[in-house]
Design a protein around this ligand. Structure first.
Ligand code: RRO
Length: 295
């Protein structure tokens, strides 16, 4: 297996301890859990998405555990501005605030609460099951550009997380780039559903949800590969990454770093495990493998 040289890394304006970040939505709702993931080897952490008003989320069932994946429709549950106090234990650490809003002004309002308390923002323009938020606006290049600009002009690193549930992800990536994004995160979950044959009803309370885990890894690799050919800003790969070889594959597709979500739910020691397999002092400089699969 290809191994890479260890060391601190800066991606999309954010200094990270290594190439592996905790993805939004998993163990990111409290300061204590974010701090724990950093202690357990994450090079940076992304919070649960925070929005303009507190939200309870969708009614249950909200999660279904599948073979090789998870189906969720949490419905953006979050405490809104009160989340500020959760950032105390991780002050000065590589923490990215995932934020959402329904308009550029809402994105800017939420971002302002966390200015100077985080290392950067990740704009959630990609949740597949949130009326008026996430992919509902993240599939429209003009709205992606405007929401990105509303936050990037505040002067902090601004990452934009994209939905794979579009015909052409590069059009959305280019819109984020025009809006001043410092990096693109690809991908959020894949819109999906399961039906209980026993109950003759959808498994999730919201009927539709987002699929994550190993089964979406090939979709994520394809999206990163396409974005690398279309955009100049760095790409952070996300979606089903569970091994060091998955990280290397994502980098070869064009990712400068990766986010790990579902695999952390299965094994909270995953960051240390991957780091042991991924890094060696005599490994290849990461720059030499990022995007190397492109002709
Ligand atoms: O909270 C959720 O239901 C959720 C979010 Br914010 C997201 O971005 N992606 C997802 O699959 N679920």
């Amino acid at each position: 297996m290809v191994v890479i040289r260890p060391g601190p890394v800066t991606v999309g304006g954010v200094a990270l301890d290594n190439h592996l970040l905790l993805a939004a939505g998993v163990l990111g709702t409290t300061g204590a859990s974010l701090a724990r993931m950093l202690q357990l080897g994450a090079g940076g952490v992304v919070t649960k998405s925070i929005g303009p008003e507190p939200k309870d989320g969708h009614h249950g069932p909200c999660v279904a555990v599948l073979d090789d994946g998870l189906l969720n429709a949490m419905g953006l549950p979050n405490p809104s501005k009160d989340f500020i106090e959760e950032l105390e234990p991780v002050a000065k650490k590589p923490v990215i605030a995932s934020i959402f809003g329904g308009t550029p002004a809402e994105f800017a309002r939420v971002a302002r609460w966390f200015l100077d308390r985080v290392s950067g923002f990740e704009l959630n323009l990609s949740c597949p099951h949130a009326e008026g938020y996430g992919a509902a606006i993240g599939t429209d290049p003009a709205r992606v550009e405007a929401c990105t600009r509303a936050v990037s002009t505040l002067g902090m690193p601004t990452w934009v997380k994209l939905t794979p549930n579009v015909t052409d992800i590069t059009a959305i990536g280019k819109a984020a780039e025009r809006g001043g994004a410092s990096a693109i995160v690809a991908i959020n979950t894949v819109k999906a559903m399961r039906i209980s044959t026993g109950l003759q009803r959808p498994v999730l309370g919201n009927r539709y949800g987002g699929l994550s885990g190993s089964m979406i890894f090939p979709v994520a690799v394809r999206c990163v590969y396409e974005l690398y050919e279309a955009c100049k800003i760095p790409i952070i790969g996300c979606g089903g990454i569970a091994t060091a070889d998955n990280v290397v594959e994502m980098m070869m597709a064009g990712a400068s770093a990766v986010e790990i979500g579902s695999a952390v739910r299965d094994d909270i020691t995953i960051f240390e495990t991957i780091k042991k397999d991924l890094y060696a002092k005599k490994g290849i400089p990461p720059e030499e493998i990022i995007g190397c699969a492109h002709a």
